[in-house]
Design a protein around this ligand. Structure first.
Ligand code: AMP
Length: 425
C-alpha cells in the first residue's frame, strides 16, 4: 500500500522550493544588513519551556502542542514557535553577558502545531524570523518592523501588505485593563463559548482574539486598551508610531490586536495582505518579562515570525515578477552525441561546476532536436553541442537559446567563454 504524508504536512518542491530559496535568500540578506546572525536551535525542547514561555492560557499550549514522553520518560515537545527556544539558548549560553546588547538573531525552520488543517494552515509549517534580545529601546522594536517591511519590499510584496500595530502596554496598563475586561465580560460570559470562559479566568485579554461569530458582538463593545495606558506606555507607543511614519512604513493602529502568545507586552504587530483576509503573514512584538520568566536576567526582547507557506502563496498570486523569478535561473545544457562526447561532456560539466556555473547534461540517447526541446523545458540559457566532429576538431558550439545565435569556441577557451557569457563579464 502506498504510504502518504502525515495529515497537515506537505512537501515543498519544484517551483515552490525555488521561490522558498528566493524568499529565504532575501530574508538573510536583509537580516544581515541589520547585523543579525543565524541561530539554529533544536526542534525538540522540554515541554516546560513552552508551558512557561508561551503561556498556559495560549491556544498553542492548551490545544496545539505535539508533546510526547521519550524513552527516558521525559516530556518533550516539538517546537510550536521559535521565541521560547531562542530565549532559552540566549540564557543558557549566557549570550547576555556582553556589553553589546541587543544580540540580534535570525532563524528559519519547521514548527509544529496540532491545528485543524485548512488553506494556509498546516500542522508542520516553516517560519522565518528574528529575535533582538537585551535592549528595551522602542527603536529596536521599530528596527524589527522596518526589517520585516524592507524584506517584504525586496520580494515584491511591500505594496500589498499592511502592518496592524497595537500596544499592550506595561504591567500596570494590563493589570488595569484586565480588571476592566473582567468587569465588562462578567455579564456576557454565560452566553459566550467555553474557550472564552476559560480565558476569562486565565487571561481575559485573550477573549478579544475569539473567532466564534456569536461572541463577536460582545467583543466589539469591550473596553479598549488605549484608555488604560500608563504614561510610560503611552509615550513609548507614540514614539514608535512617529518612527514608523518617518520610515514610511504603512501601518494601521488596531486596538483590538492582542496576539495568540502570552509573552508580549508594549508593541505588538501583525502583517496582513491588504485586500483580503488570508490570515496573518507574519506577526511579532516586544516582550519585557519572558527572559526573566525563563530564568534569565531582567532584559527585554522583540521579534517577529513569518509563515513561509503564506508568503509563498501570496508571492505566487500577487507578485507580477513571479514568473521572472522562477525563470531567471540560468543553466547550461550540455548535449553530447555518441559515447566519447558523453565523456567529454562529463569533463566539461565538472569544470563548469567548479566555476559555480549550473549545468545539466543529456544522458538520453536521442537526436539534437529532442535535446533542444528538453533544454527549453529546463529554461536553459545556453546549449553546448558536442558531437564527433567537435571532439575531432576540439571546437565546440555554444548556442544562446534566447537569441538563437551560435558561436564556436576551442576547447582551451571554452570554460572562460561560458563564464563570460554566463556572468556578463
Ligand atoms: P505566530 O507564531 O502564531 O505568531 O505565527 C506567526 C506566523 O506563522 C503567522 O503569521 C503565519 O504566517 C504562520 N502560521 C501560524 N500558524 C500557522 C499554520 N498552522 N500553518 C501555516 N502557517 C502558520
Amino acid at each position: 500500500m502506498e504510504i502518504r504524508n502525515v495529515k497537515g504536512t506537505h512537501d515543498i518542491f519544484g517551483e515552490d522550493s525555488r521561490i522558498y530559496g528566493y524568499i529565504y535568500d532575501n530574508f538573510v540578506a536583509f537580516a544581515s544588513s541589520y547585523n543579525a546572525k543565524h541561530i539554529i536551535i533544536p526542534v525538540i525542547e522540554q515541554s516546560d519551556l513552552f508551558q512557561r514561555g508561551v503561556g498556559e492560557a495560549s491556544d498553542v499550549v492548551r490545544k496545539e502542542m505535539y508533546t510526547f514522553l521519550d524513552k527516558g520518560n521525559r516530556s518533550i515537545t516539538l517546537r510550536p514557535e521559535f521565541t521560547a527556544g531562542i530565549v532559552r539558548s540566549f540564557i543558557q549560553n549566557k549570550m547576555y553577558a556582553t556589553m553589546d546588547l541587543p544580540i540580534k538573531l535570525y532563524y528559519c525552520g519547521p514548527v509544529f502545531r496540532y491545528e485543524r488543517p485548512q488553506a494556509g494552515r498546516y500542522r508542520q509549517f516553516e517560519q522565518l524570523g528574528v529575535e533582538f534580545l537585551g535592549s528595551d529601546s522602542e527603536m529596536v522594536d521599530v528596527e524589527t518592523i522596518s526589517l520585516a517591511y524592507n524584506f517584504l519590499k525586496s520580494i515584491g510584496l511591500g505594496e500589498i501588505v499592511v502592518f496592524k500595530i497595537n500596544s499592550l502596554g506595561d504591567e500596570e496598563t494590563r493589570d488595569n485593563y484586565r480588571l476592566a475586561l473582567k468587569e465588562y465580560f462578567k455579564e456576557h460570559l454565560e452566553n459566550m463559548c467555553n474557550d472564552c470562559k476559560n480565558r476569562y479566568e486565565l487571561n481575559p485579554l485573550r477573549i478579544l482574539d475569539c473567532k466564534v461569530e456569536d461572541d463577536k458582538k460582545y467583543i466589539v463593545n469591550a473596553p479598549k486598551i488605549n484608555d488604560f495606558y500608563s504614561s510610560n506606555s503611552k509615550i513609548r507607543f507614540e514614539k514608535t508610531l512617529r518612527a514608523l511614519d518617518i520610515l514610511k512604513i504603512p501601518y494601521v493602529v488596531d486596538n483590538t490586536l492582542v496576539r495568540g502568545l502570552d509573552y508580549y507586552s508594549e508593541t505588538v504587530y501583525e502583517i496582513h495582505f491588504k485586500d483580503e483576509d488570508i490570515g496573518a503573514l507574519g506577526a511579532g512584538g516586544h516582550y519585557s518579562n519572558l527572559i526573566e520568566e525563563l530564568g534569565g536576567p531582567k532584559l527585554s526582547g522583540v521579534g517577529f515570525s513569518f509563515g513561509i507557506e503564506r508568503l509563498l502563496s501570496l508571492f505566487k498570486d500577487k507578485n507580477p515578477y513571479y514568473k521572472q523569478v522562477i525563470e531567471q535561473e540560468q543553466i547550461v545544457y550540455i548535449m553530447p552525441i555518441g559515447e566519447e562526447s558523453v565523456l567529454k561532456g562529463m569533463e566539461i560539466a565538472s569544470k563548469l561546476r567548479e566555476e559555480y556555473i549550473p549545468c545539466e547534461m543529456c544522458f538520453d540517447n536521442v537526436k539534437f532536436g529532442a535535446m533542444f526541446k528538453k533544454a527549453n523545458r529546463l529554461h536553459a540559457s545556453y546549449a553546448l553541442i558536442i558531437g564527433e566532429e567537435e571532439i575531432k576538431n576540439d571546437t565546440y558550439k555554444i548556442k544562446d537559446l534566447e537569441s538563437a545565435t551560435q558561436i564556436e569556441v576551442s576547447g582551451e577557451q571554452l570554460i572562460d567563454k561560458i563564464k563570460q557569457l554566463f556572468f556578463h563579464l
